[in-house]
Design a protein. Structure first.
Length: 387
């Protein structure tokens, strides 16, 4: 049951709704932004009671709700750049990783700000966004790069909508670039890995024994570069035969690994254990909290760029085809899959959040029966008359 209390136009209407148990509740209705809004205001006060809302209190609550929920006009002084800066500060405050924020800032400065930075948030149009996407494609930017830029721009406008800086998100009416996921991976076979390691002289100063131990560990544990740079001696569990991955160091920031649980352990092969033991004996930094692959002179984190340059130099000297440093991680993944390690186990070792990522190695998993089935099928004689 519902009764209306008639009011003047534009001030909404007040209702009392009675439920099956006889309890009465005040409701308010009004028009806002072209749509009909209805809100529960509170229980109706019964005669002789102190609980619930009187008509006057319900009127006051209705006016407060109408005022609070009326759409505010957008702020024309908030440009795309201003909105992006405020969104990034918000994400930093709620704990988003510094590396993620660094990626967002780089995408914004490189691809979004030059074209849209000075545009007021409430005046941006889908045509402007489409022009941006077309320009990036014309400049040879990959579909994934364009898709990442559009995703970030969408987030900026969505943040602006939440703050009432704009009513519309123009990105919703722009087609997202189609990104084709490639299953092709590069890795070193055993001969290439041995050739690479032979070209690293462990006696060369100052990085010889550090680089050799690091490259071998990368290829035989599957650790990411940031995880290798953050590895400490207390993380090497000689007794249990494991390397415990607890931290990473990326772009000057310390953080947790990308695995589902934030940390993981990886088996420590005898060859890696022996190499790490020799490296430990030559290192000046042997405390539990010292970095395993510390800079030989300072004990600090190795410089990422310098490490990659040395790695590429060794690849060239070894006559090995050029593969990325991260492909040492793929070397581990493919070898473990070929050895028959279950995909779920490999997912834990690799630190993948999603099993779909691990499945790129599924093609390297051996099968006891597949080859035999194909062999048997082609060894059979076809029935006469069959073409």
């Amino acid at each position: 049951m519902m009764r209306d209390a008639r009011r003047s136009y534009g001030t909404g209407s007040l209702h009392v709704r009675t439920d099956a148990g006889g309890r009465q509740t005040w409701y308010g209705k009004w028009w806002a932004d072209g749509r009909r809004v209805q809100r529960r205001l509170g229980p109706k006060r019964l005669q002789g009671s102190r609980d619930g809302l009187t008509r006057a209190q319900a009127e006051a609550e209705l006016r407060r709700r109408i005022e609070r929920e009326q759409p505010r006009p957008p702020r024309p002084d908030v440009t795309v750049t201003v909105a992006a800066e405020r969104m990034l500060r918000h994400l930093e405050a709620v704990g988003r990783k510094p590396t993620t924020l660094g990626t967002y800032r780089s995408i914004f400065r490189t691809h979004l700000e030059p074209q849209l930075g000075s545009v007021p948030l409430d005046r941006a149009t889908p045509e402007q966004v489409e022009t941006l996407m077309t320009g990036m494609q014309r400049d040879g930017k990959a579909a994934k790069t364009r898709a990442n830029a559009l995703t970030l721009l969408f987030q900026i406008f969505a943040f602006g909508q939440r703050k009432a800086w704009c009513h519309d998100n123009p990105c919703t009416r722009v087609d997202r670039p189609q990104v084709e996921e490639s299953a092709d991976i590069r890795f070193l076979d055993q001969d290439e890995l041995e050739a690479l390691l032979r070209m690293v002289d462990p006696q060369a100063k100052p990085f010889g024994h550090t680089d050799r131990a690091l490259l071998l560990t990368a290829a035989m544990t599957g650790l990411r570069q940031g995880e290798l740079l953050a590895l400490r001696w207390r993380d090497v569990d000689w007794k249990a035969g494991k390397v415990r991955v607890r931290q990473n160091h990326v772009r000057g920031h310390w953080g947790t690994p990308k695995s589902r649980r934030g940390s993981r352990s990886v088996p420590l092969a005898d060859r890696v254990a022996g190499e790490l033991d020799r490296h430990f004996k030559q290192s000046r930094y042997q405390a539990d909290d010292d970095l395993v692959f510390a800079h030989p002179h300072s004990g600090d984190v190795l410089d990422h760029s310098a490490l990659v340059r040395r790695y590429k130099k060794v690849l060239k000297a070894a006559g090995v085809r050029e593969v990325r440093f991260n492909d040492l991680r793929h070397t581990f993944g493919t070898r473990m899959a070929a050895a028959g390690v279950p995909m779920r186990t490999l997912q834990e070792w690799m630190g993948h959040r999603d099993i779909k990522t691990t499945l790129i190695y599924a093609d390297y998993t051996p099968s006891e029966h597949e080859s035999a089935m194909v062999e048997a099928a082609f060894s059979q004689k076809l029935p006469s008359g069959t073409r």
